[in-house]
Design a protein around this ligand. Structure first.
Ligand code: NAP
Length: 342
């Protein structure tokens, strides 16, 4: 495969799939060869308008596309024949069902955080465990909340060590496009009993003692995490800030610059990014504190965007194209990460 671009298929052109497709198109060492949809709606038409080759995710639905006046290039099976790797961005749990197709076609596959860890050989976060995915055939990029927690904890662990973490996740109830479900006027412990699945999920990519609780709230923009970390070595606040400032996938926002809530962070991104995608962790600088030797901080995570760079890095690891730092650098540059800081 030397000098050849990796041929990438995206199965499921939804919230994550459309962003992965756009990101793959920006890489010099990858080629997007097609995307799939189950139905010929406006999102399918936009994919075609962008020049993406459209395939039917469910083979017997080709006719449904044809009847809607939207011709497809073939089915997922035809797409897999041409692909080196498929990024499965189908709804949670469907990826595991799709896996047998990928095995049959002999293509590598990346799954998303809605799948159980067992779907893949390894779970993935670029900063914490890039090397684990090197040369692998099946990799799972952990969920948005887990990615956000892992990046921050990795930086703290590398610099100060970690004895223990307690984290509270305040989760956006659904994505902005959703109109079939939601939580209109309540706060839902999710789950009621401890722990939420996020702590164990972090442990699939980072060796750390962590307990998490989570709540769903009626907002669609971002998740917010409140972290309490007991470090091995007590840091000064400035040292923590310095450590975060060195990592481009983490941004620091200040209340006195007007960043008083997630709405303001999103408003900032609406000025600079397509779809207001924030690929970075958004930590409130003013929230970083050390009290009785323990670190406290609050971060916001744009759930629709944060896992996109990780999917790109996972492809490079699986095809052994670059090492961690080189891959992250390329991905960051292509997505504008590190270009504009608040
Ligand atoms: N959204 C987030 O905030 C977020 C963040 C991180 C990770 N994730 C994970 O990413 C995965 C995708 O989530 P999403 O939010 O992008 O979902 P989504 O917006 O509902 O998109 C799912 C896509 O999959 C397609 N699809 C449906 N059934 C399929 C099948 N059998 N085979 C292939 N494709 C199929 C759908 O096509 P049609 O529309 O044509 O039916 C749709 O394009 C999940 O594992 C989720 O947990 C989501």
């Amino acid at each position: 495969m030397v000098n050849e671009k990796v041929k990438v298929a995206v199965n499921g052109y939804g919230t994550i799939g459309k962003r992965v497709a756009d990101a793959v198109s920006l890489q010099g060492d990858m080629k997007l060869i097609g995307v799939t949809k189950t139905k010929p709606d406006f999102e399918a038409r936009i994919a075609v308008k962008k020049g993406y080759k459209l395939y039917a995710a469910i083979p017997d639905r080709v006719e449904v596309f044809e009847r809607a006046g939207l011709s497809v290039e073939g089915t997922i099976d035809d797409l897999l024949e041409k692909a080196d790797i498929v990024i499965d961005c189908s709804p949670g749990k469907i990826g595991a069902e799709n896996k047998q197709k990928y095995e049959k076609a002999g293509v590598k596959a990346i799954f998303q955080g809605g799948e159980k860890a067992e779907v893949a050989e390894v779970s993935f976060n670029a900063l914490a465990c890039y090397d684990r995915a090197v040369g692998k055939n099946y990799v799972r990029v952990v969920s948005c909340n887990t990615t956000g927690l892992t990046r921050t904890l990795y930086i703290i662990k590398e610099n100060f060590g970690i004895k223990k973490v307690r984290a509270t996740m305040i989760r956006r109830v659904v994505d902005p496009k959703e109109d079939k479900k939601g939580l209109v006027n309540g706060i839902m412990p999710n789950p009621v009993s401890l722990p939420s699945h996020h702590g164990p999920d972090v442990q699939t990519v980072l060796d750390v003692d962590i307990t998490t609780v989570a709540f769903k709230v009626p907002t669609t923009l971002m998740h917010v995490h409140s972290l309490n970390i007991v470090p091995e070595k007590e840091p000064k606040v400035d040292e923590i800030v310095d450590a975060f400032e060195k990592e481009p996938r983490i941004l620091l926002f200040s209340e006195n610059e007007g960043f008083t809530s997630t709405t303001k962070i999103i408003e900032w991104s609406r000025e600079i990014r397509t779809r207001y995608d924030i690929f970075e962790n958004c930590i409130w600088k003013d929230s970083i504190s050390v009290v009785d030797g323990e670190i406290y901080l609050t971060q916001a995570i744009h759930q629709e965007a944060i896992v996109i760079p990780e999917n790109i890095d996972a492809i490079r690891a699986m095809f052994e194209l670059k090492d961690r730092d080189e891959s992250m650098k390329l991905t960051n540059k292509s997505l504008g990460i590190g270009e504009i800081v608040p």
